[in-house]
Ligand binder design. Structure first.
Ligand code: COA
Ligand code: MG
Length: 280
């Protein structure tokens, strides 16, 4: 799979809007997701596919991914034909229910990387451990609350205190653990209150400190906030370097004192991963 660092920001753009596509192409997003699914009305799906076929060659800028319609949708087969175009780095698969879906998709798409949205159906929540060890080219996993709450018949995805209700926090944490277990990038879900920059900043920082390495975006203004939240700070980089240097100086040590704090092998792994992400 790709040697590029995992995208911090994944910006959705409805693929039937030329104006938004232009804007997304010129944005600072690490990756754009051209959406053929929920943000495009059924009558506009063929038009959206045509716009994607007509996109010229990519000259740097955001990486190009496409969200196709789910396996069971009538549009799915047509959408897959788009991937003969080399500019599309990967496929975003919505409503993935288990690892079986990835294997099924990869039968048609071969080695094209897959970013699976893994918590959109009630049944999917029971299968978040299934992605570990997959033979499919799984690159990233993200979670979504909108489709899940609708499928569950919920009136709201929020609890009385205004925070995400337990069901969606569970989905989020299981996505994180399932992705890391599978060796895929854990990507946090969308922040739909897109005019609230402070709220987004807080949510993105919390996600980054828990282990997510990127977040979905729905508006170009969210991109710089997300990029900043998932870029390791100078302090974090310095701390990670100190840990790597300490183990390099004491290769046989299991545990060390670095700056007055206990560090052992898992900290070394974490420090190396952080330094790899800082190098972009
Ligand atoms: N990608 C690219 N450009 C976008 C964009 C996006 N996701 N969202 C908004 N823009 C553009 C607008 O077209 C507008 O362009 P202009 O300045 O040339 O007129 C500019 O950014 C400012 O947009 P704004 O007026 O603040 O928002 P809006 O009311 O036009 O759009 C949404 C709001 C939510 C409809 C829009 O952000 C959107 O379509 N988001 C993506 C939704 C999606 O893909 N959902 C599926 C995943 S959950
Ligand atoms: Mg959806």
């Amino acid at each position: 799979m790709s040697d590029l660092p995992p995208p911090r920001s994944w910006l959705f753009v409805p693929a039937d809007s030329e104006k938004k596509i232009d804007k997304a192409l010129g944005s600072e997003a690490d990756a754009i997701i051209f959406d053929l699914e929920d943000s495009v009305a059924p009558a506009a799906k063929a038009f959206a596919r045509d716009l994607l076929k007509e996109l010229g060659p990519r000259h740097g800028g955001p990486r190009w991914w496409v969200r196709i319609n789910p396996m069971f949708a009538p549009e799915h087969r047509e959408d897959l034909k788009l991937f003969s175009k080399a500019e599309f780095e990967g496929i975003v698969l919505p409503k993935a229910e288990s690892e079986d879906d990835l294997v099924h998709l990869a039968h048609s798409t071969g080695s094209i990387p897959i970013h699976a949205i893994v918590t959109e159906t009630p049944a999917s929540l029971f299968n978040l451990g299934s992605y570990k060890g997959t033979q499919a080219p799984l690159a990233a996993m993200s979670w979504g609350a909108e489709d899940l709450s609708s499928a569950l018949g919920a009136r709201s995805k929020y609890a009385a205190d205004g925070k995400l209700a337990f069901t969606y926090q569970l989905a989020r944490s299981l996505c994180l653990a399932g992705a890391v277990a599978a060796g895929a990038q854990p990507v946090d879900g969308v922040y739909t209150d897109f005019r609230n920059d402070e709220g987004l900043k807080e949510e993105a920082r919390a996600a980054a400190s828990e282990g997510f390495t990127g977040k979905l975006a729905i508006h170009p203004a969210q991109v710089p906030i997300i990029n900043a939240a998932f870029t390791p700070s100078d302090t974090e980089v310095a701390r990670a370097k100190a840990i790597v240097d300490a183990f390099a100086a004491h290769p046989d040590a299991g545990v060390l004192d670095v700056g007055g704090r206990m560090v052992d092998r898992p900290h070394l792994t974490q420090a190396k991963a952080l330094l790899a992400r800082a190098k972009r």
